[in-house]
Design a protein around this ligand. Structure first.
Ligand code: 7TS
Length: 411
């Protein structure tokens, strides 16, 4: 079992006061905080090992290269990829999804092909497909949701057909707090010879993920949502596809030979990694993976489940509070979006901030979802491994105070 209270001591940023109240950080879906171990790794790297990778013969360059490639191996183990060559470092989920759209999309999506996504996607799993559909004259289709915010799997069965070339779907929603049945969707896609790309930004940090078992063709996630730094992310792709795909960026590091008018590419995974990569970022991501693995992803999942079991009924008991997504705690992840009757979500988030509780308000980069739900915005609390039941109590209390304040005009 996770002792979240003591874990908080490992995250220096959590120890501060905001607006004279101890900080309760509940904006983990946007980005997570970093433990000392990860911060130390970044410092150590620049203090002791900084050099460019893959090109130097001197000792520091070898040291940096070893660490960089060891980080790739760490990611491979985390997601159970078959081989290191299938693990590409990117800037984050957004870049990973754009690479699929540009590289795979431009090569394999043809006029009239259908690209199937869902109404719960983050913009980074919407806009690249809109753009691809425009470039290739393909058709973008949406899987609708049930009234409790689940992906409508019966509708998915109707939408995914022999015309489907690609299915792109979130593993876990950043608004509704649902986990999608990726194995089932993958089988469905493959039955129709379609490829499946999964946006794992809200899944990998919170639960064990096995890309081989899921059998997905592509899988994307970000380091900063799992205790790692910003600017580093991962694109997993099956060798079968990566081999056939052109790089998205060209330049140093990714070439085999450059002649005046022609060039050839080096082998996977480096063929996709043009220029000096985010070396410190990837090494720090490996450190974050070490940190989380030691605690255990199954334990993290379980801890968040316990928090949701605790907090969801308490939130549901607040009069005038509407919560989106599944009403049963067992179906809900630690992402909880809500609205207070008659109040703007931004006002609610500002009022919670006055109480030291950090949440996000807005469209959460999921405007098609909000349009689908006929909402302008929501407030969202999102939990992680270092959050406690006391944090949950502080959220509930702060919402009650906010409600009273706007009713009576006093805190
Ligand atoms: N996909 C999902 C499901 C996400 O939640 C996010 C970020 C992304 C993709 C993009 O990740 P990035 O690291 O490339 O930016 N989600 C959020 C959020 O919910 N609030 O801020 C960022």
């Amino acid at each position: 079992m996770i002792d979240a209270k003591s874990l908080q001591e490992e995250f220096p940023i959590l120890g501060q006061e905001i607006n004279d109240e101890p900080l309760v950080y509940l904006d983990n879906a946007a980005t997570t905080q970093k433990p000392k171990a990860v911060l130390q790794t970044i410092e150590d790297y620049y203090y002791k090992a900084n050099a460019n990778v893959h090109r130097g013969v001197h000792s520091l360059a070898e040291r940096a290269t070893k660490k960089y490639e060891a980080a790739r191996e760490k990611v491979r183990q985390l997601i159970h990829a078959h081989e290191r060559a299938e693990v590409l470092f990117t800037r984050g989920t957004t870049t990973s999804l754009n690479w699929i759209a540009q590289s795979f999309g431009d090569a394999f999506i043809h006029e009239g092909d259908e690209i199937v996504i869902s109404y719960m996607e983050h913009h980074s799993n919407v806009v690249p497909w809109q753009q691809l559909a425009k470039r290739r004259k393909a058709v973008l289709k949406y899987i609708p949701l049930t009234k409790d915010g689940f992906l409508d799997i019966d509708e998915a069965r109707k939408q995914i057909t022999d015309k489907t070339a690609l299915v792109a779907i979130a593993h876990a929603s950043n608004v509704l707090g649902v986990i999608n049945p990726i194995e089932e969707l993958t089988q469905l896609a493959h039955k129709h010879q379609a490829v499946i790309a999964v946006d794992g930004a809200q899944a990998v940090p919170h639960m064990p993920v096995d890309v081989e078992k899921l059998d997905v063709d592509f899988y994307a996630f970000s380091g900063h949502k799992m205790c790692g730094p910003t600017g580093i992310g991962v694109l997993y792709g099956k060798r079968y596809w990566l081999e056939q795909m052109e790089p998205v960026e060209f330049g140093g590091e990714m070439i085999d030979f450059v002649h005046p008018y022609e060039s050839t590419w080096t082998e996977l995974p480096w063929k996709f990694e043009a220029g000096t990569p985010n070396i410190a970022g990837s090494i720090a991501l490996a450190s974050a993976i070490d940190y989380l693995t030691k605690i255990g992803f199954a334990e993290i999942y379980q801890h968040e489940k316990e928090l949701v079991n605790y907090v969801l009924p308490r939130l549901q008991a607040i009069d005038g509070l509407t919560i989106y997504g599944p009403p049963e705690p067992r179906d809900h992840t630690g992402v909880i979006a809500f609205n207070l009757d008659g109040l703007h979500p931004h006002d609610v988030a500002s009022a919670l901030d006055m109480e030291g509780v950090a949440v996000r308000a807005g469209h959460h980069c999921a405007q098609p979802l909000l349009e689908y739900l006929d909402l302008a915005a929501t407030t969202r609390a999102s939990f992680y491994l270092y959050n406690t039941k006391e944090d949950a109590d502080r959220l509930v209390e702060a919402i009650k105070v906010t409600k009273e304040f706007f009713k009576n005009g006093t805190f």
